[in-house]
Design a protein around this ligand. Structure first.
Ligand code: G6Q
Length: 547
């Protein structure tokens, strides 16, 4: 069943017509306690969703809708290891990676908790050895550079979290990332490192992804040319479910850190795919990162929906997407260290819910995943925020605002905070014609000039936003925040009746390029595709002929 099939749908649809006639500004004037009533908190994170065009009645309907969709039961199924990723016949247990208390979760009769503990301990020991200089390169030198070779879910989490937690990073090791198959990516990293002091981390759940394996083989060639074949074991480790292929690559078994297939790629940084994060911030801080996520998990499992942050996040999104017809959501962190969070959430949300077939195999006739984009504030304010304020589409904005910076200098942080909060207010209030006119008059403009400019200076306002006010970005709060988004994505999947945990669109990309590589290598003129694809392939071949 999807949200449209619940008994609340028509009632809510009717109520949305009424709310459409109200502005968020009016809703604030009508209720002096709106902030208190439409915000909630957990630990050091406050979630304020009051600047949305919704009221208590709409929230009550949405909560009832969640109940009609058996959300409570579905949450329990996920945590209990039911194979809810039914298209791939897999359980979805990234939550178990950060659960320190549960003693047993069985999948196919096997207790995954034992496995998770074993994998974590092996990873932690290796991390400590590298950080302490006990693990040495082939020439006896300590590791100074760690290079993560991986893509998608085997890249974005480590990239985002290492940047977000930079204040906690060891100064002794530099971290680099090679993800793209573009030779520039690897070339630029290789320029910065020395083979004697480098550890390559091949992060690939399957150990077959073309980009990753092409990059890993080029890195291996570079290393072998300088230090010989024997050095591979001292300079490579693997994060993978495929021990066999990692072994064939030349990585000793003890340096292959596995994880179960109940962990999806984009949900995997909490386990061994998070090894570079753990290496950067240390085992204790990594445990705090997991602890933060676990706190969010427990909150998600046990809190009533009207105070449950991920559930509320999802309800607000569903409301905007499916009742007010917004198509996009912006992630706007007001912290330089969170600059890769929009990229990370882009994958989490769009790969999970960018689907158009429901769980019964039927085509879907309502909007599912929004388009996610964003950038750090205040940079975004000087580029795409124009569209947020005056574009034809309304975009739901998530402002992520840490109260304290890790770099408090003069008034920088106060000004940054002021900018973030001001944007939420401006999007909601806009600027009326009268206000704009008064402003222009104050600048000494003539009536004729004012008349001409006025339509451009008016801001309709009434644009929705949520604000996360976070005391400070720490391993705990980052863990919580990301887990909130994971669970929000899951709840939306329940409303839309889709499997949020497969990604056949990604698989298609993996297959298609293979055929064209074959065509590019062949001496024949290619005619097997459409005329554009044939034309492009044949033109590339002609242009590369002189190489
Ligand atoms: C994530 C996706 C995808 C995956 C990459 C890398 O959920 O499945 O982004 O993580 O395609 O796959 P490997 O880890 O198998 O190399």
């Amino acid at each position: 069943m999807n949200f449209k099939e619940t008994s609340q749908y028509n009632l809510l649809k009717k109520h949305s017509v009424f709310l459409n006639g109200m502005s968020i500004k009016d809703l604030f004037s009508d209720n002096p306690k709106r902030f208190e009533e439409f915000s909630t908190s957990l630990g050091d994170i406050v979630f304020d969703y009051s600047k949305n065009q919704l009221d208590k009645k709409a929230m009550d309907f949405l909560i009832k809708m969640a109940e009609s969709l058996d959300l409570k039961l579905k949450i329990r199924d996920m945590f209990d290891g039911v194979k809810i990723n039914f298209t791939e016949k897999r359980a979805v247990l990234h939550t178990a990676l950060r659960d320190n208390l549960t003693k047993s979760i069985k999948v196919d009769g096997i207790n995954v908790i034992d496995d998770i503990k074993k994998n974590f301990d092996a990873m932690a020991e290796f991390v400590n050895d590298v950080r302490d200089g006990k693990f040495k390169g082939a020439t006896g030198e300590r590791i100074l550079d760690v290079v993560n070779i991986g893509i998608g879910g085997s890249y974005l989490g480590a990239k985002m979290a290492i940047e977000a937690l930079k204040p906690y990073k060891t100064p002794l090791i530099n971290f680099h990332f090679i993800s793209n198959i573009d030779g520039t990516d690897i070339s630029e990293v290789l320029k910065k490192i020395e083979p004697e002091t480098t550890l390559f981390v091949v992060a690939s759940k399957t150990f077959t992804t073309d980009e990753t394996m092409t990059n890993a083989n080029s890195a291996k060639k570079w290393l072998v040319e300088k230090l010989g074949e024997k050095a591979v074991k001292n300079h490579f480790c693997a994060l993978s479910t495929n021990k066999k292929l990692a072994g064939e690559f030349g990585i000793p078994e003890i340096q292959v850190f596995p994880f179960g297939d109940y962990v999806g790629g984009r949900y995997s940084m909490w386990g061994t795919i998070g090894l570079p994060i753990c290496m950067a911030i240390g085992v204790d801080n990594f445990k705090k990162f997991l602890g933060g996520a676990n706190l969010a998990d427990e909150h998600f499992r046990n809190t009533d929906f009207d105070k449950n942050i991920p559930v509320l996040m999802a309800l607000v999104s569903i409301w905007n997407i499916n009742f007010l017809e917004t198509v996009a959501e912006a992630v706007l962190p007001y912290d330089n260290y969170l600059k890769y969070l929009p990229l990370y959430l882009q994958q989490l949300v769009m790969e999970s819910n960018g689907k158009s077939v429901d769980k019964n195999g039927n085509p879907i006739k309502y909007q599912t995943s929004p388009i996610i984009f964003g950038d750090e504030g205040t940079n975004g304010q000087h580029s795409f925020y124009q569209l947020l304020h005056q574009g034809t589409e309304k975009i739901l904005c998530d402002f992520i605002i840490p109260v304290f910076s890790h770099n408090e200098i003069g008034e920088h942080q106060l000004k940054l905070l002021a900018n973030g909060i001001a944007q939420t207010e401006a999007l909601m209030k806009g600027k009326t014609k009268a206000e704009a006119e008064e402003e222009l008059r104050g600048q000494g403009m003539s009536d004729a000039e004012i008349k001409k400019l006025l339509p451009y200076k008016e801001f309709t306002g009434n644009r929705p936003s949520n604000t996360f006010l976070i005391k400070r970005i720490t391993p705990e709060t980052l863990g919580m925040l990301v887990a909130f988004y994971e669970h929000k994505t899951f709840v939306e999947g329940v409303f839309w009746d889709i499997n949020s945990f497969d990604q056949f669109g990604v698989e298609l990309g993996k297959q298609l390029a293979k055929n064209i590589v074959r065509d590019l290598k062949s001496d024949e003129i290619i005619t097997s595709h459409d005329s554009s694809t044939n034309g492009l392939i044949n033109m590339v071949k002609t242009l590369r002929e002189d190489m």
